[in-house]
Design a protein around this ligand. Structure first.
Ligand code: HEC
Length: 168
């Protein structure tokens, strides 16, 4: 579903007012049944003027903080077991993000012994990969603070359908 012209204007105005730091590349230009896409066609977040986050960003908050935070710290801010992803996502592309989460990463140069596990067979991660990505993207852009987003859009029917077919 393409956004009508007025909603695109609203969306861009909202983004300018509430998310002063949001890079142009992160701005949602397409609403695919409640899943927002940037101009390059990659998943992105949508945060309304009153702070209401889209469903996928909210879902990503829950999924990320339900496993990844043990190493990457609550809200992605890093710990002694894993890097600060809010910093890493500033340069990591969507494709590279997917690759590293699916396949893991082990960089043992310089005495580094920490390992990023591979999650490719874990449905609790794979079925929510885009959600985790948009959540971290919002965190990395400074568009979303730490902690549970106070308000979120309801779960879109398309998201429920995709989740059912992915997890079953
Ligand atoms: C057991 C600890 C651990 C867990 C759990 C973990 N990670 Fe990692 N992750 C790491 C480490 C360590 C690295 C750095 C690996 C390196 O650079 O060699 C890393 C790297 C990454 C990177 C790449 C950063 C970059 O710049 O290349 C991403 C993205 C990432 N993790 C996402 C996740 C997500 C999403 C989850 C949850 C599904 C997760 N991680 C769970 C330890 C972990």
């Amino acid at each position: 579903m393409r956004l009508s012209f007025p909603s695109i204007v609203l969306l861009l105005c909202g983004a300018q007012i509430s998310l002063a730091g949001t890079p142009k590349s992160s701005i949602a230009v397409k609403d695919d049944h409640g899943k927002y896409l940037d101009a390059a066609g990659n998943p992105t977040y949508e945060i309304g003027k009153n702070g209401t986050v889209d469903w996928h960003t909210y879902s990503g908050y829950r999924r990320f903080n339900g496993g990844c935070e043990t190493c990457h710290g609550f809200d992605g801010s890093g710990s002694s077991f894993g890097p600060d992803l809010t910093a890493r996502l500033k340069t990591l592309s969507y494709t590279d993000f997917e690759n590293v989460v699916v396949n893991g990463k082990r960089d043992l140069s310089g005495g580094q012994t920490l390992v990023m596990p591979s999650w490719g067979t874990n449905k609790n991660v794979m079925c929510y990969l885009d959600d985790i990505y948009v959540y971290l993207r919002a965190r990395s852009d400074g568009a979303l603070g730490r902690g549970r987003p106070a308000k979120h859009e309801p779960k879109p029917a398309a998201a429920a359908k995709a989740e059912n077919s992915c997890t079953s």
